[in-house]
Design a protein around this ligand. Structure first.
Ligand code: ATP
Ligand code: MG
Length: 587
């Protein structure tokens, strides 16, 4: 077997970390010689980084195959026409990267795929014509391109990255062979993938647009380096991303006074802060009235002064596709007042009331008259609360729908499973003939995992002040042999032999054969984070021992040279994470 020696490998560790590297994974990946930036948002994976990525890829591929998905490969270049058919040229905006060409030449009609729904739906349209061919789940591991506005945090968010994306096709949503069944299998495959990669992950409910229900989950790794927030109960029975997190319904309007309605002069005071100061009331006593436009008509959303509207929840409650904040003109037309004085009393628009507003007593709100507010506003008495729902963004301490308080954590999204329904098949005319010979749109699911993000998230979750602590399953090498006295024949020949024996036992081993001081070698070994370090030195050999140290626990063992392979094998096996399938929580 070819021996892998440090001096013959390409492993440029460095002391420098770039000034813009704020998160640990970015800093450590550069210092450990795993990646090198080419331009903002695109990195070279140097040989060591490449090995990690290939190991993650192998785990992903194994679990996808085991779950019955079938691999194919689609190009990164797509015709823009297909993206126009699904309306996503507009929806994606600058995220969709287009080639620059003259006029209508082929370049101007070509995009670099940020995802592959259009390409796979065209394949389905061409080949999946009968219910007998369903269900089927096709996947690839392919480079994606996205014009991310601010690529940052190293490889956590880049403009070019590797994604495993799978797409399933079904004749029905429920029942054997239905979308729900494959969704469940993908959910479980994702749990197996992330646990095998050694990631501490949490599956959370994510916003799923109009389909609702359990139609989307994200897989999150809790870490401060993340840009997302998850909201979860302490017992883990409910977890959702912040946009999605539902707040428990409030049973009844509590008893309280019902003061008379009064108009007060609030000249030039149009913000919650100014008005609450001026009227000496708490923001939580105020009713914020935000005017939206939905399907061409004004729509007023009422939330407490200390709360924010959740537009996805609002759209769902109003049963519209989307809502957009109204401009000054529509606000003036709807309220008859300048911006900042809107209120629900006598408002000629559809009103959706957040459940926390519906139970208020003696609220304060705009009077629909410039420079005036109302006090003593009582929901039900002064404006209708017939359309009351959870339309606000959850805040920490809110009760989840199972009655337990929510706490928030920063996190990274590493994977996403989604019930698409018929959005793409309808847009692109991908139909199949059902048992009655009737043409129906294919029902679809899609499932994505970011491979580079797994790598960075693993580092965020597993590192210390000295460097990375790779999970055994995805470490670039499982073992480093530090040969301390390279000029002593007894040392080099034993180190060589241990390297060959470990390799032969199927354990990835790198031999640090550099003629350098022990401290220097140990420093690099800790920085790169090999899970096991085997140290062969003159002094140890004089006592007849070799040292074996675990990077994770720091535990040090001294064993005889002929016990090294056995001991290392046991350690490797103990640290390989088994796949742990987990069901979808229903809290
Ligand atoms: P984000 O919200 O972080 O931008 P997304 O929801 O747009 O991600 P998806 O379209 O769901 O991402 O893509 C599936 C997976 O691809 C994500 O779960 C993530 O792991 C990975 N991914 C997405 N965007 C990037 C990126 N810019 N760089 C690296 N990985 C990414
Ligand atoms: Mg996502």
């Amino acid at each position: 077997m070819a021996s892998m020696k440090w001096t013959r490998f390409f492993l440029p560790t460095t002391k420098e970390s770039p000034a813009d590297a704020v998160v640990a994974s970015h800093r450590l990946m550069i210092r450990a010689g795993l990646i090198r930036q080419v331009v903002a948002g695109a990195y070279t994976y140097l040989p060591l980084g490449h090995r990690v990525l290939r190991k993650i890829e192998a785990i992903v591929r194994e679990e996808m195959n085991a779950a019955g998905a079938i691999e194919l490969n689609m190009p990164a270049m797509h015709p823009i026409d297909w993206w126009e058919q699904t309306g996503r040229v507009a929806a994606m905006g600058d995220v969709l990267l287009r080639l620059a060409g003259r006029g209508e030449d082929w370049r101007s009609r070509t995009v670099l795929g940020p995802t592959h729904e259009e390409v796979i739906t065209e394949i389905a349209r061409a080949y999946l014509n009968s219910y007998k061919q369903l269900p089927i789940n096709l996947y690839q591991i392919q480079t994606k391109f996205r014009g991310e506005a601010r690529p940052k945090s190293g490889v956590l968010r880049t403009r070019e990255f590797l994604m495993k994306d799978a797409y399933s096709f079904h004749a029905a949503k429920e029942g054997p062979g239905g979308l729900d069944e494959t969704y469940q299998r993908m959910y479980e495959a994702y749990c197996a993938i992330f646990s095998r990669c050694g990631l501490p992950y949490i599956a959370v409910e994510a916003d799923s647009g109009p389909i609702g229900g359990d139609a989307s989950h994200e897989f999150m790794v809790p870490t401060d380096a993340g840009e997302d927030f998850l909201a979860a109960t302490d017992d883990g029975s409910y977890a959702a991303n912040l946009e999605r997190a539902e707040v428990a319904p409030i049973a009844d309007r509590a008893d309280g006074t019902n003061a008379p309605l009064r108009e007060v002069h609030t000249p030039g005071l149009s913000t919650i802060e100014d008005v609450s100061k001026f009227l000496r009331c708490q923001p939580r006593q105020m009713i914020k009235t935000i005017i939206y436009e939905a399907e061409g008509a004004p729509l007023a959303a009422l939330v407490r002064g200390d709360h924010e509207v959740n537009e996805a929840k609002l759209a769902r409650a109003a049963k519209v596709k989307s809502v957009t904040q109204a401009g000054p003109e529509l606000i003036r037309k709807t309220t008859g007042a300048e911006v900042g004085f809107a209120g629900p009393v006598g408002l000629a628009a559809r009103v959706i009331v957040d459940q926390a507003v519906a139970v208020l007593h003696d609220g304060v709100t705009g009077a629909n008259k410039t420079d005036y507010h109302l006090t003593g506003v009582n929901p039900g008495r002064d404006f209708p609360t017939t359309q009351s729902a959870d339309i606000r963004i959850a805040v920490e301490g809110d009760l989840a729908r199972n009655g337990r308080p929510l706490t928030f954590r920063k996190c990274i999204e590493v994977g996403h499973v989604f019930k698409l329904g018929t959005k793409y098949s309808v847009a692109m005319g991908a139909t199949f003939l059902d048992e009655n010979g009737k043409a129906q749109p294919l029902i679809m699911g899609c499932y994505g995992i970011g491979l580079n993000r797994i790598m960075a998230a693993a580092i965020e979750a597993c590192h210390d002040e000295n460097g990375i602590r790779w999970p055994m399953s995805i470490a670039p090498y499982q073992v480093v042999i530090c040969a301390l006295d390279m000029r002593v024949e007894e040392v080099t020949s034993l180190a060589d032999s241990l390297h060959d024996q470990l390799q032969a036992a199927g354990i990835d081993t790198l031999l640090d054969d550099r003629d350098a001081r022990p401290g220097f070698k140990f420093h690099d070994a800790d920085l790169i984070g090999f899970p096991i370090r085997v140290t062969v030195g003159k002094r140890g050999l004089s006592e007849g021992v070799v040292e074996i140290q675990s990077r994770r626990t720091g535990e040090l063992r001294k064993v005889a040279p002929d016990a090294v392979v056995r001991t290392v094998q046991t350690l490797v096996q103990a640290e390989m994470m088994p796949a742990q399938p987990v069901g979808i929580p229903t809290g």
